[in-house]
Design a protein around this ligand. Structure first.
Ligand code: HEM
Length: 244
């Protein structure tokens, strides 16, 4: 005997709780999300929506990137190197999104941007929660990685010289280098965007001359990864090689 068929399922009817007409809007909390930007009657200039969208999405991607890196650091602390590398790759991709979205800001006229600049108060990227989280998690990941290398009885330069014997660790070193490189690339790209918007001699909303951002480009979060390259060149050149 076949079971009595109930009424056909109403796929439009929401199943989740909370505000919003549909489950899509309820799950993603789109009402709240889309009310986080000023409305047209609050804008000092209509490009505030562009400016806010780039900054708010950057904060979301930075939060995600830092979260993935933090979990990668925890996995490295637990000795789970391959799982850590997988998450580091996602974190790197998230930083690429943050960097590529800077291009949108360059579509603002540098004259019209002035109307936005003056409504930012002392708001400055130095107070970006996402960028601070990135800096914190990079230090944690760097420490976890260095402990793994030391635990294998190696230093970083030896790891690169003997990479094939320590494949997982080599992959972790390269993923961390990708990450540090993306922070460096973001800084450079941001500096170019800022210079294009307000010039190099101007002070930012928190009083920092734009040239200071230029000097920060030279900083590396994990300098040992970069110094290792130079040492590899020295070691290679110091080797006794049969003359041709
Ligand atoms: C037209 C667009 C932008 C301008 C004119 C601008 C300007 C500036 C300036 C002048 C500074 C130096 C600090 C100050 O005095 O304010 C700064 C720092 C910073 N900005 Fe921006 N910015 C822009 C877009 C962005 C975006 C989209 C982000 C994304 C999160 C961002 C994140 C940061 C961060 C993290 C710093 C600290 C830099 C570091 O530690 O290297 N900025 N920005």
């Amino acid at each position: 005997m076949s079971e009595q068929a109930g009424p056909p399922e109403d796929y439009k009817a929401p199943q989740l709780g909370g505000p919003g007409a549909s489950d899509y809007e309820r799950y993603l909390r789109t009402d709240e999300l889309l009310s986080l930007q000023k409305t047209a009657d609050e804008w000092a200039h209509r490009d505030e929506l562009l400016f806010t969208t780039v900054h708010q999405t950057s904060e979301l991607w930075l939060k995600f990137a830092a979260g993935e890196m933090d979990e990668a650091a925890r996995l490295m602390e637990a000795g789970e190197i391959s799982a850590a590398v997988r998450l580091m790759r996602r974190a790197v991709l998230a930083l690429d999104y943050v960097t590529s979205s800077l291009e949108m800001l360059e579509k603002m006229s540098p004259w019209e941007y002035q109307e936005i600049r003056v409504v930012l108060g002392h708001g400055s990227g130095f107070d970006s929660p996402g960028f601070r989280a990135v800096a914190d998690t990079t230090r944690r990941a760097g420490r976890a990685f260095n402990r793994l290398v030391a635990g294998a009885g190696l230093d970083l330069v030896e790891l690169y010289q003997r990479g094939r014997e320590f494949e997982q660790l080599y992959q972790a070193a390269e993923a961390l280098t990708d990450w540090d490189e993306r922070i460096w690339i973001w800084r450079f790209r941001h500096y170019a965007t800022v210079t294009r918007s307000i010039g190099e001699d101007t002070k930012g909303t928190q009083g920092t001359p734009v040239q200071v951002l230029g000097k920060l480009i030279a900083q590396r979060q994990l300098p040992e990864l970069w110094k290792a390259r130079a040492t590899l060149v020295e070691r290679f050149d110091a080797q006794e090689r049969p003359s041709a």
